[in-house]
Design a protein around this ligand. Structure first.
Ligand SMILES: CC(C)(COP(=O)(O)OP(=O)(O)OC[C@H]1O[C@@H](n2cnc3c(N)ncnc32)[C@H](O)[C@@H]1OP(=O)(O)O)[C@@H](O)C(=O)NCCC(=O)NCCS
Length: 334
């Protein structure tokens, strides 16, 4: 960076979508995780509709050299997803990502969000370090990143292997107080995450079984990541069978990972958690205010997936949540 390059941090306009696509290409070539981000009308529409708020770092010559995004989710409400942290390879190591993170915080507050969910990769520690000390690491999604994503100009410990991503809660406001029903086996760890995140939660006791009615699931399959995602809207007695069938169908299409999201406001969640455990699911993380309240995410991995693949973890707190997740996974086979 020459001394003439003054960096300004501001929102990216819909008409500037091509600048974002250019930056993605400089950072990932053609391997970016979401292929729709190479499509200018799609990106422009995302920006125009407000489903994506892009915070950009610009040189005084108008070149986009840094970026972070805030992506709205259908059920997010008072939270959204952070991500798409990008800095042009020739501008790295100069604090640009940190400056964009400041813009991200400002924008989140302007949008009235009480927090963001961020998913720092573990291929390197850079994005973990940006939010460290501010955010709370609440989970680790094992092998959620395909091995063919190429991080340009970054040395990766095991090119070609699937890697894991953290779940990090970035608080920007006061979340509402909530009643939650915690599965007994995860009670202590979830309560300690609540304490760390200063979230006011009352844990209620539930003896509720799975309901008589059929389960209501929302599922989607992400071909690029080979991940089946299921959100449980209602847990019924058929839950285990339904999920087994979904996993079977997705495995035929190449699924290597499944995520199940359970609402902690639902008294049936403790029982549902045990049903999923019996099917090989283990703890992935806690997502505060993710979907009309807090969500417990469980994860399942196909036998072919190596869950321990080469995670670079930056702090003791990050290491602690990773150990917890891995121990829970390993305890299933014991
Ligand atoms: C990650 C990325 C955005 C960092 O951008 P940057 O402008 O170089 O970062 P900054 O200079 O603001 O540094 C932020 C922190 O990361 C650290 N860092 C930067 N590059 C690093 C690397 N390759 N490995 C480890 N730490 C790194 C810095 O030391 C700093 O931490 P510190 O203040 O505790 O020392 C950039 O490397 C990038 O675009 N990578 C490719 C895309 C990517 O991996 N995105 C993240 C997906 S979650």
């Amino acid at each position: 960076m020459s001394s003439g390059d003054v960096i300004a941090v501001r929102l990216i306009a819909p008409a500037e979508a091509s600048l974002l696509i250019g930056l993605i290409r400089r950072c990932y070539g053609e391997t970016y995780i979401d292929p729709s981000f190479y499509d200018e009308p799609v990106v422009s529409e995302l920006l125009a509709s407000g489903r994506l708020h892009s915070i950009g770092a610009f040189t005084d010559a108008g070149q986009l050299v840094g970026h972070m995004g805030i992506t709205a989710r259908a059920y997010g409400g008072i939270t959204a997803d952070a991500g798409m942290t990008l800095v042009d390879p020739t501008f790295r190591g100069r604090g640009i990502a940190r400056r964009v993170a400041g813009g991200l915080a400002q924008q989140s507050m302007a949008l009235g969000l009480v927090g963001l969910h961020d998913y720092p990769v573990t291929v390197h520690a850079a994005t973990q370090r940006i939010g460290a000390g501010f955010g709370v690491d609440t989970g680790l999604m094992l092998a959620n990143m395909p091995g063919d994503v190429v991080f340009q100009e970054i040395e990766t410990p095991a090119p070609g292997a699937r890697t894991s991503s953290l779940i990090r809660w970035l608080p920007f406001g006061l979340a509402p107080e909530r009643n939650v029903y915690l599965p007994e086996r995860y009670r202590a760890q979830i309560q300690s995450l609540y304490a760390e995140a200063h979230l006011s939660r009352s844990a209620l006791q539930s003896n509720e079984g799975l309901g008589e009615l059929a389960s209501e699931l929302e599922q989607s399959y992400d071909e690029r990541r080979q991940i089946l995602r299921i959100a449980v809207a209602r847990a019924g007695g058929d839950l285990a069978a339904r999920v087994e069938a979904e996993i079977h169908d997705a495995a035929v299409r190449g699924a290597l990972v499944a995520h199940v999201d359970l609402p902690l406001a639902d008294p049936a969640t403790p029982m549902a958690t045990e049903a999923f455990r019996a099917q090989g699911f283990s703890f992935a993380g806690l997502l505060p205010e993710y979907r009309e309240g807090d969500v417990l995410r469980l994860q399942w991995l196909a036998d072919a997936v190596d869950e321990t693949a080469f995670s670079v973890l930056s702090t003791d707190a990050t290491q602690a949540i990773a150990t917890l997740v891995l121990n829970d996974r390993r305890s299933m086979s014991g």
